[in-house]
Design a protein around this ligand. Structure first.
Ligand code: URA
Length: 261
């Protein structure tokens, strides 16, 4: 194990104590809570720019909780540096807006594959390359949701570099959505895409190109076909459900995982 500190995340192999599991929220403000929910004795490791990290222990495995910031470019930097430090299993936890009318809030959306509306993933693989989630990690999320009786859906996510035009929002400074994105929300609805978010395309593409494993779960906080402003009750429930789910999914995967460390 080396003490060489990676430039952006400010972590070294020795700080990670052999961690193979990474839990990746976007928001630095959610890292401590997520880590302490996994392990009340979790401890702070580092903070630089959008990357805040804590180390937890669960069933004998070290779990790194590290924020990635919003969007593909900052996710790609985190993945490069964390993979080089020995992380193998990547669970992203986030928030999302659903676009199918039959999804009530709150609901956990477990992404099986992402529409690549990002730019960062195209720096790693051509657009024909699929942004698919790892089966074993995804199964652990689904099984955890079932066992905990939490509302969930599995399916395809539209993963966009932008929150506004790429997700066809017209409540913007200019009110204009470029032609490329006009009508796209309806198109994704017709194609049974469940939701919009901003990181899964980059995460799933890059981790597959690395030969590692990644899965993605997001709490639906808004419905684009019902209400656009998250209400406090839904936000609180969404956060609680995500925290409970990720801990149990980790437990299930750690117990099933027979791969040597
Ligand atoms: N995150 C997104 O990218 N879109 C939403 O609508 C909500 C959260």
């Amino acid at each position: 194990m080396t003490n060489e500190v990676k430039y952006h995340v400010r972590l070294s192999e020795s700080m990670l104590e052999g961690a193979r599991y990474a839990v990746l929220p976007g928001d630095p403000g959610r890292v401590e809570k997520t880590a302490r929910n996994i392990d009340p004795n979790a401890r702070f490791l580092a903070q630089n720019r959008e990357y805040t990290s804590w180390l937890a222990t669960l069933n004998g495995e070290r779990i790194l909780v590290c924020s990635t910031g919003i969007g593909g470019p900052s996710v790609s930097i985190a993945l490069e540096e964390l993979a080089a430090l020995g992380l193998k299993y990547f669970y992203r936890i986030g928030t999302t807006g659903v676009i199918q009318p039959d999804i009530d809030l709150p609901c956990l959306i477990i992404t099986t594959g992402a529409v690549r509306l990002d730019g960062a993933s195209t720096h790693y693989a051509p657009i024909e390359y699929p942004a698919v989630a790892d089966l074993e990690l995804t199964n652990s999320l689904v099984d955890a949701a079932r066992e905990l009786n939490l509302p969930y859906r599995t399916g395809i996510t539209a993963s966009s570099d932008t929150f506004y035009p790429g997700q066809e929002r017209y409540d913007t400074y200019t009110g204009y959505v470029p032609k490329r994105f006009q009508g796209t929300m309806q198109e994704w609805q017709k194609l049974h895409v469940l939701n919009y978010e901003m990181e899964s395309a980059t995460l799933l593409t890059i981790i597959n190109t690395f030969g590692l494993q990644a899965a993605m779960v997001a709490s639906a906080i808004v419905s684009r076909v019902k209400e656009e402003t998250p209400d406090d009750h839904v936000l609180r429930l969404a956060e609680e459900q995500l925290a409970t789910l990720i801990k149990h999914a980790l437990e299930l995967h750690i117990n099933r995982n027979t791969r040597p460390a």
